[in-house]
Design a protein around this ligand. Structure first.
Ligand code: AHR
Length: 507
């Protein structure tokens, strides 16, 4: 017998707007994310434009990629942007000490990144180097990218073939400053962030949204120190004059950092532990938001989760420094759970970037190292199925009569995860059944507006470990799901370990 649950959605009670930037991305110079993932170089036999893979661009346009964070991660704090401009053959090489200790030839630099963003139709989120850079270097990079007219950096950009300045809306001040970004203490970094942000200027009509690197997980000392830095006596009090947002990172692991476990071979216990860790994101967002509310009740300062996703042991035979992992139905459900929490917290959480888009950690896309074949992962499909939430108005989903919670990791797990949004005469409902074995029939009472039709799709696989490969690219792909709609009540049955979206037409 399957499990049963009931839910209520008030279609006429609007919540906060879900920024499309909650569906943002992250691409680091790490393993095969940039080289072999996004960029194959101009001599490749893989179809490309100026070295950028066309199939990757098409796939990401298919999920409406809103922004792309680059060049790191830890790499950002050892990246010197001047090494990545000018003729490729004269660009200096460097060692990527964090990721595989490999030599980086700098063939993918500022112009290539901005070219990629233009091809994707995505906003650029550039992560600046605080750890081993200087205020001057960062300030010059902003000028190089965004200044029009006659200035030293604008002229240098023109010498390198780009006349018009680019639009760069998002600017990161450092990354993981508590660790690879320089091993700062929170108060030390907070004053550095203020100093760096001051010299990241708005040139012309390019208005930077400056994001100061913040906490790991729920370490609110960082959020406190950064909020304190925005409110100190003697400073310009309006935060928009310093930095506009604070970031944090949260990765989902079933085990420990030493024993993360396999991406594809895991027990039911590991599966539930993963789901429970994923659900923890809600508590962590709330922990940061509570601190921010105390300093900024008007919610002017944004919270940005600029790295999130699953982190497993690398696939056998691959470079341990390249963080290449497979991606299963379990990963897809981790993404679905995160998005539900993002939608509920969209009044403070303004951006999120999954780590990472291609070939690294919880990727949307995997490319074969030998043949170059492209595979869409189960996580990709969650982004695609949830696309209707971009910039929509969130709606609260009240889950009632849910099945008993499962115990995982000494904590309880909600078996049903759900969220909803509306735009004009449409609404989108996202529903996950996290139970590893049982199907779940859910009845949703749709109140406040008349619903004229409901169509649904579901994503699952033979097991929670099901995944896609070049040989079986559609082992996990969305298919149609039956719905019953009667007098404003929707009934759907979700298979075990599955994610579904229901599109509603409102009269
Ligand atoms: O995403 C991989 C790494 O994880 C990033 O470089 C770093 O910021 C984090 O520790």
């Amino acid at each position: 017998p399957d499990l049963r649950a009931r839910a209520v959605v008030d279609l006429d009670v609007p919540g906060p707007v879900i920024s499309r930037h909650l569906y943002g991305h992250f691409a680091e110079h790490l393993g095969r994310c940039i080289y072999g993932g996004f960029y194959v170089g101009e001599d490749s036999s893989i179809p490309h434009e100026r070295g950028i893979r066309l199939d990757v661009v098409e796939a990401l346009k298919g999920i409406g990629i809103p922004n792309l964070r680059w060049p790191g991660g830890c790499f950002a704090d050892e990246y010197h942007w001047r090494d990545g401009i000018g003729p490729k053959q004269s660009r200096p090489r460097m060692v990527n000490t964090h990721w595989g200790d490999v030599v980086e030839n700098n063939h993918f630099g500022t112009h290539e990144f901005m070219d990629l963003c233009e091809m994707l139709g995505a906003d650029a989120y550039v992560s600046g180097n605080v750890g081993s850079g200087s205020v001057q270097e960062m300030s010059d990079w902003v000028e190089y990218l965004t200044r029009d007219g006659d200035s030293p950096m604008a002229s240098l950009r023109r010498e390198n073939g780009r006349d018009e300045p680019w639009k760069v809306p998002f600017w990161g001040i450092g990354n993981e400053a508590w660790g690879c970004g320089g091993n700062f203490t929170a108060p030390q970094f907070a004053s550095e962030a203020r100093r760096y942000a001051t010299f990241c200027r708005d040139h012309g009509d390019n208005k930077l949204y400056r994001i100061a690197a913040g906490a790991s997980d729920d370490d609110v000392t960082w959020t406190t120190a950064l909020m304190e830095a925005l409110s100190c006596l003697g400073c310009q009090r309006d935060p928009k004059n310093i930095f506009q947002a604070i970031s944090f990172h949260y990765y989902t692991l079933a085990g420990t950092w030493e024993h993360k476990g396999s991406a594809t071979s895991f027990s039911t216990e590991d599966y539930y532990a993963t789901m429970s860790k994923a659900q923890d994101i809600e508590r962590i967002i709330s922990a940061h938001a509570r601190i921010m509310d105390a300093y900024d009740p008007g919610r002017k300062v944004g919270l940005v989760l600029d790295e999130w996703g699953t982190w497993w042991d690398v696939e056998e035979g691959t470079n341990p420094g390249f963080l290449y992992q497979q991606n299963t139905v379990r990963d897809a459900l981790v993404a679905a759970v995160h998005f539900d929490a993002f939608h509920r917290n969209a009044d403070r959480l303004v951006m999120a970037n999954i780590a990472q888009t291609v070939n690294v950690l919880q990727a949307m896309l995997l490319t074969d190292a030998e043949t170059g074949a492209l595979v869409l992962t189960p996580t990709y499909h969650v982004f695609e199925m949830n696309r209707g939430h971009h910039d929509a108005t969130s709606l609260a989903v009240h889950v009632l009569d849910a099945p008993d919670t499962r115990e995982a990791d000494g904590r309880s797990l909600q078996v049903v995860s759900a969220s909803a949004s509306t735009t004009g005469s449409a609404a989108l409902l996202s529903l996950s059944n996290l139970d590893a074995e049982a199907s779940l029939t859910i009845e949703v009472d749709l109140r406040g507006r008349t619903v004229s039709s409901a169509t649904a799709r579901v994503l699952t696989g033979d097991s929670a470990a099901a995944h896609n490969t070049a040989e079986a690219p559609d082992a996990v792909a969305p298919i149609a799901l039956d719905t019953e709609l009667e007098s404003g009540t929707l009934r759907v049955t979700l298979p075990a370990h599955s994610f579904a979206t229901v599109s509603l037409e409102l009269a």
